[in-house]
Design a protein around this ligand. Sequence first.
Ligand SMILES: Nc1ncnc2c1ncn2[C@@H]1O[C@H](COP(=O)(O)OP(=O)(O)OP(=O)(O)O)[C@@H](O)[C@H]1O
Length: 369
Amino acid sequence: MNPYDEPSAPGAGPGLSPVSAGADGEDRAVEAALRPRDLDEFIGQERVREQLSLVLQAARHRAATPDHVLLSGPPGLGKTTLAMIIAAELNAPIRITSGPAIQHAGDLAAILSSLTEGEVLFLDEIHRMSRPAEEMLYMAMEDFRVDVIVGKGPGATAIPLELPPFTLVGATTRAGLLPPPLRDRFGFTGHMEFYAPAELERVIHRSARLLDVQIDADAAAEIAGRSRGTPRIANRLLRRVRDYAQVRHDGLVNQEIAAAALAVYEVDARGLDRLDRAVLHALLKLFGGGPVGLSTLAVAVGEESETVEEVAEPFLVREGLLARTPRGRIATAAAWAHLGITPPQAPPHAALPTQQELFRTGSEGGSEE
Ligand SMILES: Nc1ncnc2c1ncn2[C@@H]1O[C@H](COP(=O)(O)OP(=O)(O)OP(=O)(O)O)[C@@H](O)[C@H]1O
């Protein structure tokens, strides 16, 4: 399973954890209203923005359809938003679909054959498309042509079908999973990075304006610091803070109110949720900071190993609070400090992996036992 496709974290009620990067129904409904409409309005991702702007301007200059674009990066960073901006900047219509929705080559042929000249086709989760559809896409991307197979068995014939020039915008959380022939057919690949806190503050101020929420600079910084570098999470936390401010106060959001609201939703000052903290707490309190095997750790927090590995760990590792080593999971000095727990006898860095171990971790990362 994709570590970014976070299932709902336990304790978060029927929906997602407030700091999950995935989107639920409520997110989808509000996101449309909060999406920046052009490149100037799009906050952060300076490099991708500049590169993309050149690709689009050059295409406009030549009055041609731009090269196909691949956007890669974790969920909630703005890939869908950028795809819509590309279409808007080109003044072209956009068709939106996703890899899992295209299971047969015929599904893709139907979409491709109905595209109009210059249209943008946004294919989300492109790494999850079926192999036959993927192969059809190669030809469509390169030659603007597909072979539609009519009939079955020995009597089957391939009927070539010309397509109008179009621009494919593919999005993936896992660029590494794309077969090289597909990856190579994109003229431009934009790698989306997590956002800096100052950029998230701008996202929050912008969304607050659109949602008619009055928020001061300290409150925006408070929410930004808990948003895990992800605009989708920033927007969601802003909405939870707005609820709290409206129900318990007069609707104005200051830093104290933002912090109190997010405490209710169990999102701490660094953006860790209940499960993240439970994992760290067990690692520190029960296992002295590790090393401990994944399944033992999962039992200790009453969760499936998969949930711990795919929902909690990616962020804990990214934050430098937990490390995966061949001997098992270990807490870093930052983890002890974050939970305010004093390490038992040996200093926590005694449990840190050697350089050699760190280089060996990779995907095997302590799935031992
Ligand atoms: N740079 C940005 N500036 C302002 N808002 C942003 C930015 N990037 C993303 N957002 C907001 O974050 C939300 C999520 O963005 P989007 O749906 O584009 O992410 P995504 O990368 O496509 O996620 P997924 O892969 O899960 O579909 C949207 O509401 C969007 O308005």
